[in-house]
Design a protein around this ligand. Structure first.
Ligand code: 9MR
Length: 375
């Protein structure tokens, strides 16, 4: 908060100084916090996930930080079906409209998230049993929501997390009631409703070979049907001690060979031990029990751990920069550590430190390591 306020003051005094003394301006701007979106502006978009409070701009320090650091944003929850489409024929567009205005005003590209996902479905879907009704929901939902924001959001995660770890299709309500072509149909409907919006498939662990093969099959199938898909989002929920660099590199190569953009859409590196070993599922039903040994950094995040986190991010960004022709966006799943879903997943009530800004919105060593890569 303090640092931000002073950086804002610096920005203001810096601009006052510009007119009379150019050398002072350099001093002022270099002593404020550098901007990731500026540092990477020739490479790829730098995004963040935004929660309700951030979209409503309740905290002015957080708001300034977001505008200064990010060129892209994804709503963490408010455009999921459960929230934007709470009843069969009632939609709730208030916060999504606010987010669109916020993006326009601050030159932040919005990726709407997400049209078709088995999770966070509206409650009314629980009572729907007939295939015809599911089909009707599917068509109405995609058409209504995607057309409202066509050309207003930059892109849509059209289908989210449709795959099992072995690359087969997840046994979701959509697969059960609509059959395996539902993904192509979702993109076909989205293409019609949102001709001016980029359309993506988004999933976690699709850097892993079997699941990646499943994602490649999906992309090929959509293209073979003559339907548009512009990109693929690798979510990037990893552990700072276990970043799958080789597999990430193979994935960038294989996905870009299909002629689609590659994005890292929900990046965070958990700093805590994984109670499930190397099983890295982001499936929110896959939880584990709390014990103190797996919550080591409640008071402070020590320097040794800061360095590991910084190294994990640095290695990844070196790779992203190597493939900057293929990678169009890197989005962090949250602005600061307090916001992160990883404080409650896969174990509730831990203190995680997975992002670039700490609980006081201060940039961590990991932030500076990414800035330094561009110096
Ligand atoms: O970060 C989101 C968290 O606030 C929600 O409680 C959770 C509920 O499903 O969804 C989280 O975001 C998920 C994203 O939408 C899809 N990929 C996995 C993300 C982390 O669970």
């Amino acid at each position: 908060m303090k640092l931000l306020t002073s950086s804002l003051l610096l920005a203001v005094t810096g601009s006052l100084i510009i007119g009379c003394n150019a050398s002072k301006k350099t001093t002022s701007t270099t002593s404020s916090i550098p901007s990731l979106r500026d540092a990477y502006k020739k490479d790829f978009l730098i995004g963040t996930a935004l929660n309700n409070s951030q979209i409503e701009q309740r905290d002015s320090a957080a708001n300034s930080l977001i505008i200064h650091q990010f060129s892209a944003a994804t709503p963490e929850n408010i455009m999921k079906a459960q929230i934007i489409h709470p009843e069969w024929d009632r939609y709730n567009f208030d916060l999504a409209d606010k987010l669109v205005d916020f993006g326009k005003k601050n030159d932040i590209k919005i990726t709407a998230h997400t049209l078709i996902w088995h999770s966070q479905l509206p409650n009314f879907m629980r009572n729907i049993k007939s295939a015809d009704s599911v089909k009707m929901y599917f068509e109405n939902h995609i058409t209504t929501v995607a057309s409202r924001y066509d050309g207003k959001v930059y892109s849509w995660d059209v289908v989210n997390e449709a795959l099992n770890e072995d690359g087969t299709l997840r046994n979701s309500i959509f697969l059960q009631k609509l059959g395996p072509d539902y993904i192509v149909e979702a993109f076909r409907l989205a293409q019609k409703a949102a001709p001016n919006t980029k359309l993506y498939y988004n999933d976690y662990n699709i850097e892993q070979p079997k699941k990646r093969a499943g994602a490649i099959e999906i992309i090929k199938k959509i293209k073979a049907a003559g339907v548009r898909i512009d990109g693929v989002g690798i979510q990037g929920h990893w552990n700072m001690n276990d970043v799958p660099l080789d597999k990430v590199e193979e994935s960038i190569k294989e996905f870009s060979a299909l002629g689609v953009e590659v994005m890292f859409t929900e990046l965070d590196l958990s700093a805590l031990p994984n109670p499930r070993g190397r099983n890295n599922s982001a499936d929110i039903s896959n939880t584990a029990a709390y014990n103190e040994a797996i919550n080591p950094y409640t008071k402070e995040f020590p320097d040794s751990a800061q360095q590991k986190l910084a190294k994990g991010y640095e290695d990844l960004f070196k790779l992203f920069l190597k493939y900057k022709k293929n990678v169009s966006r890197v989005t962090f799943w949250g602005v600061d550590d307090a916001q992160s879903w990883l404080n409650d997943f896969p174990v509730r009530g831990r203190t995680n430190h997975a992002l670039l800004f700490d609980r006081k919105l201060q940039p961590k060593q990991a932030f500076y390591s990414l800035i330094n890569l561009k110096k």
